[in-house]
Design a protein around this ligand. Structure first.
Ligand code: CP3
Length: 341
């Protein structure tokens, strides 16, 4: 690998500056994304390896980040299991056949890796294009977050139906989560086999859960997935919205890196975790709406705080919003790349 900053930091080694990538770095804040998006549907983009590779490469070519992330979505596992998935502009993801009864759960197919082969194909095309320049991160959704979309039938503000299933029908919820976890581990192993250099598990909506429910219905399945990965020298990143609360528990699942949201002081959090676990984060994505001197000051403030701490990857606490100015993202990355500890 020409640029090893990301992998070194992920394995808690010292780097000359923090490596940088950003969640949702290939997306709607980029004018070049829209040029492609205007021609194809989102799922067509994900399922056509050449197009998925084109989009994955946009931030590599235009922003010069230190790691690429596969262009796909966390909901493709739900689709492969039998979910009727669509993405509509302004509506977001929808499953037309929500999973709410025992029969719905029984109908989900766990032998569905062949339906995700297009992802392995995309990874191979992307690795040819990257040609050893920077690492490629693969990813999957965590069981609880994927479950929430399957049960609600789409995005949700309060996860009412999902939490009702956890609370009223815990046995059913466990069956559903176990099925998703099984597919997710196999799917991540398929990505590793196809050539990704790291994997991230996204539990975007974990912050909706009480501590005990997070432990029983989310953490447990993430730990199971991580223990079933053919890791070799592939770092595993665990992301959850709510990590400023749940990180000590996330650490028990033994990821190499925990991605931290912006509610907590990152150094304090790092010091509370086992030494061999690196942290990723944790700039509030809203900082990228602010004026450039503010962007620079906040990045430098974070870096000064983390400067004597091996095992730090710069990222946002959550994904880039679609209306963040492209120029501000580019500026932030320049500031990061100029910095030296
Ligand atoms: O980070 C990257 O650049 C890689 C690609 C990526 C996408 N989705 C592309 C995408 C990744 C890693 C994801 C993960 C994902 N998808 C998550 C977890 C990350 C997070 O932000 O918490 C979640 C919760 C989803 C589910 C999902 N997919 C939502 C809520 C949406 C947006 C709906 C909307 O209209 O706002 C999507 C669609 C999606 N995934 C888009 C992209 C670029 C937008 C699709 C479009 O162009 O219309």
């Amino acid at each position: 690998m020409e640029n090893n900053l990301f992998l070194n930091a992920a394995f808690s080694q010292k780097t000359e500056r923090p490596p940088v990538w950003m969640m949702r770095q290939a997306g709607r804040f980029m004018p070049q994304y829209w040029e492609i998006k205007n021609k194809y549907s989102f799922l067509e983009m994900c399922k056509t390896p050449e197009i998925a590779a084109d989009v994955t490469m946009l931030p590599v070519d235009l922003l010069d980040i230190d790691a690429a992330i596969l262009f796909s979505d966390i909901l493709v596992t739900g689709e492969a299991m039998g979910g009727d998935l669509s993405f509509t502009q302004g509506v977001g993801p929808k499953f037309a056949n929500p999973v709410r009864t025992q029969a719905d759960i029984d109908n989900l197919n766990i032998d569905c890796l062949d339906r995700l082969q297009y992802v392995a194909d995309a990874i191979k095309v992307i690795q040819q294009r990257l040609n050893g320049k920077i690492p490629l991160i693969g990813f999957a959704g965590a069981p609880f977050t994927v479950m929430s979309y399957l049960v609600e039938g789409g995005s949700s503000r309060d996860f009412k139906l999902t939490k009702l299933m956890l609370h009223n029908e815990p046995e059913m919820a466990h069956q559903l989560l176990a099925k998703i976890a099984k597919v997710t581990a196999a799917y991540l192993n398929l990505q590793i086999e196809a050539g990704v250099n790291a994997v991230q598990i996204f539990d975007s909506w974990a912050q909706a859960l009480a501590w005990d429910d997070y432990k029983d219905f989310s953490h447990r399945y993430i730990a199971e997935i991580i223990s079933n990965l053919n890791r070799k020298d592939i770092p595993v990143i665990s992301f959850c919205k709510g990590s400023s609360v749940f990180a000590p528990l996330m650490a028990e699942a033994k990821p190499d890196v925990i991605s931290i949201d912006w509610n907590v002081d990152l150094l304090d959090m790092k010091q509370r975790l086992p030494q061999n676990i690196a942290v990723q984060g944790n700039l509030d994505p809203h900082i990228l709406y602010a004026d450039k001197p503010v962007i620079k000051e906040r990045i430098h403030r974070l870096f000064e705080r983390m400067k004597d701490t091996p095992g730090f990857i710069f990222n946002l606490g959550h994904g880039i919003m679609p209306d963040i100015p492209f120029d501000n993202v580019k500026y932030a990355i320049e500031v990061i790349k100029e910095y030296r500890y």
